[in-house]
Each structure stands twice: as structure tokens, then as C-alpha cells.
Design a protein around this ligand. Structure first.
Ligand code: UD1
Ligand code: MG
Length: 435
């Protein structure tokens, strides 16, 4: 039978100093628990998440996976035991994972599950550069795991051990729940420690072995500083993948990706670019410095920025240009069209080859509802034009600079909607002041 997983996420995460559950804090644009769920989904047939009694947002985030509630937070061992009614009868192995250890790869989880064939209990361990407050893994003479000692309970000698508990274990379901029922809470924190199942396993004559994996995958996140370290780790990987996929990055360390950013080949990324969720960038696109993109598609050969903002629902068709201080929201900019300077284009459909002059604004919101603006192919919108939606400017139409367009403009027409200039000879400035 395929193994099952229990993910512990009921902790308050007090070291984060946050009103939001720790495991919902985002990494590369998605809650940390989603990273873990993705890896788990590749390995485990069933997943049960242990949450606290007051965490509706977390229950929503992990839906539709099964959730059990730990009513009192009495420790990691007690938390894992809450899954007994769900998984106690599981014929096969069960792994216990911590929601605050989100970077584990599916390959490492496979190695954990595979190692279980030759041991009664397997755990993941690492040798961090700074072992800090991790639980220490004490090995016996056969290099099997004798026990884990929590930092708070460890002697100076034990704290000097470099091998640390990553917080993932795997054992047959029946054994695991039997051991969990037997552990006590006689320790520095008065908690039921999951790690104490090791002694129970050994007392029952089982071998306990540790599978080592890199710290980069196994680091736990308990504080904002550790969250930032994990983010840095993920970003390094995402940048490396982008470059391996054929993107040129002039200053990789200044570009921030989302977990789902998709980049084509021959993409050029200038320094200081932020990718939010849901961005696809096709081949041959250039994104210039200081641009911010989320929920958008940038098609082949388009040029974005510098200082551009593409918001959700934006589609930039091939070879279109978006220049500095231009914001687009739920807007399609047609093939080869240009919006090069200082504009807001929201809820708009802009035809191929159109030219949007500097300072053009789609007035899409009347205080109650959003309205659409349509601009036809090859239209030319003069600078400083306000397009009061809903409104349509026809194909090849010309809108004079400074216009406030409130009525539709037919194809091929010229629209001028601005005050006329009056020139009065001799009526120049006659006030005080030096010449
Ligand atoms: C734990 C391990 C430690 C290991 C480290 C790795 C124990 C006792 N210690 O310490 O050996 O080196 O992780 O990161 O297991 N949780 C609950 N209910 C509770 C308590 C905790 O669901 O009552 C959950 C938390 O939400 C968290 C996870 O269990 O996701 C781990 O708890 P945490 O308090 O972060 O344990 P650490 O001190 O990091
Ligand atoms: Mg932790």
C-alpha cells in the first residue's frame, strides 16, 4: 500500500510574532505549506494535516486534504497522535512531517520511504552550518540512531553534536501509533515530543536509522530571519533554473521570482525585477530594470519597462512595447502596439499596432463599477488623453492630444475633445517682477 503522510501544522509559531499561522507565511509567493504539500503529493497516497482549533484560513489553504484538529498544543508527539482515528488502520507506512520544514524535495522523501524497507523507523537528518536549536541526533556504536535530544534538554556535550533532526520520520502505521501512545512529557518543555518514538522503537527491538539530506532542503522555519533564509535558498534555485532554461540575467541576485514563474528562452532580464504569481514570459522577451509583474502573459519578442507594472489579467501580444511608468490591469495590448510612457490602461482591449500616447488614462471606474475601453487596430491616441469607459475608439482612428473621450469614435475618424486655445495679442503678463 502506498505510504501516507501526516503534516503537523497546529503550532502557534510564536517565534514568528504573527497573527497568521506560521505555515501560511509565503515562500516564493505561495504559503510554505503548499511547497510541502506539492512534494508530499508526489510520494504519499494520503495526506492528513493536523491544524489548531482556530485556523480556518489554514484549513482553506490545505483543502481538499483531510484535516484533523489538535485542540490543545501539547507537542509534536501529541499532534501526530491526533491523526490516529484517520490513519490508525492504514496498512503501510506513515511519515510524519512538520509544516515548517517546507523545502524537502520529493526525491528525499522517496529516499526516506525506501530506507524504511531495512529499518523499523527512519528519520531525516542534516548537518547544518549552524546547528542552533535543532534537536541533536545521538548515534550508537553501530551508527544507528540511539535517540534525539532536544536542544532545551541537551547537555553541552550533546549540543556539540553536528547531526540534527530535520523533523521527518517514517514507520509502519500500527507501530507508529502504538509508540506515540506510549511516550510521556517528562522534559524541559513538558511537551509530548515526537522524537521520543525513537526510544519506544528501540525498546521494541527495531532498528532506527537516519537518512541525511542537505540543509538547504531540511531547514526549519521558526522566525522571520529563517523565513528570509529559506526564501533566499528558493530564489537561488529559481534563478539557476531560469538561466539553465535560456534566460540572461544581468544581475541575478536582484531578480525575485515566484514559484510558478515561467520563462522562455532568450529572455533578457535586466536588474531589479519582481515576479508575483502567475506570470508567463515567452521567448525573446526583454524585461527592463525595475519592473513589477503578476498574473500576466508576455508574448514573444515584447519589450517591458524600465519601470513597468503589469497587473493580473494583462496579456502583452508579440512584439508590443510597454515603457516607463506604464501600468496595465486586465488589459490586452495587441501585437506590435506601443504604450511607452506614463499611462494607466485598465480593463482595455488594445488592437495590434495601436500607439498609446504619453499620459493616456483609461477612466475605467466610476466609483461603482468597472467599464471597458476598446481601442481598434492601428489607432493613434494622442498624449494626455482620458478615455472615459465604457468607450470604443475605432481602428485607425486618431484622437487628438489632451482629449477627454466620452463617446465612441468610428473607424478612421479624428476625434478632438479639448478646450480651444485663444490668443489675445498684447494681453501678456504685466504684473510685478524682474525682467
Ligand atoms: C522540532 C523538533 C526538533 C527538530 C526541529 C526541526 C520536536 C520535539 N522537535 O523542533 O528535534 O530539530 O523541529 O525543524 O519535534 N506542532 C503541532 N502541535 C504542537 C506543537 C508543534 O502541530 O503541539 C507543529 C508545528 O506547527 C510545527 C511542527 O509541529 O509545524 C514543529 O514544531 P516546532 O515548535 O516548530 O518544533 P521545533 O522547536 O522547530
Ligand atoms: Mg520548527
Amino acid at each position: 500500500m502506498s505510504p501516507a503522510a501526516i503534516i503537523l501544522a497546529a503550532g502557534l509559531g510564536t517565534r514568528m510574532r504573527s497573527a497568521q499561522p506560521k505555515v501560511l507565511h509565503p515562500l516564493a509567493g505561495q504559503p510554505m505549506i503548499q511547497h510541502l504539500l506539492s512534494a508530499c503529493e508526489a510520494v504519499f497516497g494520503r495526506i492528513v494535516v493536523v491544524v489548531g482549533p482556530d485556523m480556518p484560513a489554514l484549513e482553506d489553504a490545505v483543502a481538499p486534504r483531510e484535516v484533523v484538529v489538535q485542540r490543545e498544543r501539547l507537542g509534536t508527539g501529541h499532534a501526530a497522535l491526533q491523526a490516529a482515528p484517520s490513519l490508525g488502520g492504514h496498512q503501510g507506512d506513515v511519515a510524519v512531517l512538520y509544516g515548517d520544514n517546507p523545502l524537502i524535495s520529493a526525491a528525499t522523501l522517496q529516499a526516506l520511504v525506501a530506507a524504511r524497507q531495512s529499518a523499523g523507523l527512519v528519520l531525516l537528518a542534516m548537518r547544518p552550518a549552524d546547528p542552533g536549536r535543532y534537536g541533536r541526533v545521538v548515534l550508537d556504536k553501530k551508527s544507528e540512531v540511539a535517540r534525539i535530544v532536544e536542544w532545551a534538554d541537551a547537555t553541552a556535550e550533546e549540543r556539540a553534536i553536528g547531526l540534527c533532526n530535520a523533523g521527518v520520520i517514517c514507520a509502519p502505521a500500527q507501530d507508529l501509533f502504538c509508540w506515540l501512545g506510549a511516550i510521556g512529557n517528562n522534559n524541559a518543555k513538558g511537551e509530548y515530543y515526537l522524537t521520543d518514538v525513537i526510544q519506544e522503537a528501540r525498546a521494541g527491538g527495531k532498528r532506527v536509522v537516519a537518512v541525511e539530506a542537505p540543509e538547504a532542503e531540511l531547514r526549519g522555519i521558526n522566525s522571520r530571519a529563517e523565513l528570509a533564509q529559506a526564501e533566499a535558498e528558493l530564489q537561488r534555485g529559481l534563478r539557476a533554473a531560469a538561466m539553465a532554461g535560456g534566460a540572461t540575467m544581468l544581475s541575478p541576485e536582484t531578480v525575485h521570482f515566484c514559484h510558478d514563474t515561467k520563462l522562455g528562452a532568450d529572455v533578457l532580464l535586466e536588474p531589479n525585477i519582481f515576479f508575483g504569481p502567475g506570470v508567463t514570459v515567452e521567448d525573446g522577451v526583454t524585461i527592463r530594470a525595475f519592473s513589477h509583474l503578476e498574473g500576466c502573459v508576455v508574448k514573444q519578442g515584447a519589450v517591458i519597462g524600465p519601470y513597468a507594472r503589469l497587473r493580473p489579467g494583462t496579456i502583452i501580444e508579440p512584439h508590443a512595447h510597454v515603457g516607463n511608468f506604464v501600468e496595465l490591469k486586465a488589459t490586452t495590448l495587441g501585437a506590435g502596439a506601443k504604450a511607452n510612457h506614463l499611462s494607466y490602461l485598465g480593463d482595455a482591449m488594445i488592437g495590434a499596432g495601436a500607439n498609446i500616447g504619453a499620459g493616456t488614462i483609461t477612466c475605467n471606474y466610476d466609483g461603482v463599477a468597472k467599464h471597458r475601453t476598446e481601442i481598434g487596430e492601428g489607432a493613434f491616441i494622442g498624449s494626455d488623453t482620458a478615455l472615459v469607459a465604457p468607450v470604443r475608439v475605432g481602428a485607425r482612428a486618431l484622437v487628438a492630444a489632451g482629449s477627454v473621450i466620452t463617446d465612441d469614435v468610428p473607424d478612421d475618424a479624428l476625434a478632438i475633445a479639448r478646450g480651444r486655445q485663444a490668443v489675445k495679442p498684447g494681453r501678456g503678463f504685466k504684473g510685478k517682477g524682474k525682467r
